[in-house]
Design a protein around this ligand. Sequence first.
Ligand SMILES: [Zn+2]
Ligand SMILES: [Zn+2]
Length: 370
Amino acid sequence: MAPAQQNVVDVCEAGVAQIKMRLLDNSFKDSSGVKVIEDNNVIRKDASEKMNSDKDFDISVYESMEFRPRIKWPDLLVQLSLHLVSMYGLFLMVTNNIRFYTTIFVFATIFVSGLGITAGVHRLWSHRAYKATTPLRVILALLFTITGQRDIYTWALDHRVHHKYSESVADPHDVRRGFWFAHVGWLVLTPHPAVENRRAALRLTSLDLLADPVVRIQKKYFIPLFALLNIALPIWIPMYYWNETLINSFVLSFVTRFTMTLNIAYSVNSFAHLWGNKPYDKFIKPSENPLVSFVALGEGWHNYHHVFPWDYRTSELGRFNVSTNFIDIFAKIGWAYDLKAATPSIIANRALRSGDGSLVEEQYVHTIKS
Ligand SMILES: [Zn+2]
Ligand SMILES: [Zn+2]
């Protein structure tokens, strides 16, 4: 019996719960370059070692202060315009008024560029859940730029603030303020002073991000790169290769594609912070949301992710997770390495300690001793 499997048995035999834990060891890949993590506390410290100490930051002061956000009108108008034009784009799509290849191109680009968010700015740069060679980092930076979701540095910094101060006034998209605020409202309203304070603090300590030349270059040339990769090329390709009209290409291949990708990313902050099971920690809002995982390439297993943010898989093995498959493929050729992953025993222990018991619903080990 493998050690991790033995631990699961130990937990169950100790009579901690009647929960039947899943046996993951059969498929757990601790021999293929995955760094097995046995002590969650060690890694938590490691993952946040660049983050600022809180000793000069009293969140209770900010929680009790009165704050009325103002609307950022230019940002609101941009969001409204994108969404209105996208409605027209979807109308053109469903009424078959565009070339079939344009539809294929839009969805293929959403899918492929999305990996730049999930495997790139999220798991690699924000969480350092694995390491990547320069060619892979360049590919991920290009894919991420196609999505147009700000520069790597700004995105990763905000995401670190989100994890460290989740569900507090310092969380940029604090879901306690409701679905719409977490989905898109936070982008069109002035941020809470606590968010600005923590952004500034983490800016001082997230030097690892700017130590990467790929991040620096993408940040420095973000506007021309955005114009080329998010606007010009997506409009030009359908026109050049299958004679799509300029207006259709603009509406579908730029605006609708861009807006759909934005909403998929937004859905992790809204839907996956509100609806789903909490098998690992029932005391936090992030949840396991299969639908979000499907559209967001595996990023909807959000209860797991907030409990084990340093795990490159962002979910247990066996969950639908295209981005994990993508990283695994690059690990096979050596472009992705030092992959961090939680052992089944850590996961099982955490689920027993603080989960909502929903793992019971699945097929588990009962047969653990066999
Ligand atoms: Zn989250
Ligand atoms: Zn994250």
